[in-house]
Design a protein around this ligand. Sequence first.
Ligand SMILES: CC(C)(COP(=O)(O)OP(=O)(O)OC[C@H]1O[C@@H](n2cnc3c(N)ncnc32)[C@H](O)[C@@H]1OP(=O)(O)O)[C@@H](O)C(=O)NCCC(=O)NCCS
Length: 172
Amino acid sequence: LPIGADRVNEQPQIRPAVDNDTAAIRTIAVATGLFAADELEGFDERLTGYLDGTLAEDAWLVLESGTGEVVGAAYYAPEPFSDRVWNLFFIGVMPDDQGGGAGGALIRHIETALREKGEDHARVLIVETSGLDNFTLTREFYAKHGYDEEAHIRQFYGPDDDKVTFWKSLVG
Ligand SMILES: CC(C)(COP(=O)(O)OP(=O)(O)OC[C@H]1O[C@@H](n2cnc3c(N)ncnc32)[C@H](O)[C@@H]1OP(=O)(O)O)[C@@H](O)C(=O)NCCC(=O)NCCS
């Protein structure tokens, strides 16, 4: 039996990322088109800081498909210089697995984890994405999960690429 074949019918599972997930997470970052392979420096810095415990409040999650393969990942952390605002800095699902509910499971998991921290630690979750046409489905994804389109920062990601910030209350 191939390794993992006994797991084929298991349910997808979300768990904290560990050292061994680094390659899969980087693959997702690049395969989703969110990062170029040579632009992963800042991304790696955050991931390493989480794995070695330096960035103790940060959280990286992975989603394993029923076959035990890591097909989704997310990273969220407190927003500096804010009052109990958290930022979902990264969420990605491998292209072949998109539209199958993995992203939704990840974002619900994150909201639940932040709500469980209580209002003293987490009041608001924001998530930022591009205003370009090829991110229309992404913006719809956040809207479907109850995020308000809160702000546009013009030219943020490039001369023709605005940043759109989505906002959701974690309280009440
Ligand atoms: C955005 C993303 C995380 C959503 O995860 P997902 O597993 O594809 O989404 P789900 O299956 O849980 O939800 C599907 C819904 O999200 C939206 N959606 C977003 N991207 C989609 C895609 N590539 N394919 C299908 N639906 C998509 C649709 O509105 C869909 O609604 P529907 O089910 O009513 O048709 C994922 O598609 C992705 O990684 N996209 C590319 C990278 C990206 O944009 N990341 C966010 C950067 S800020």
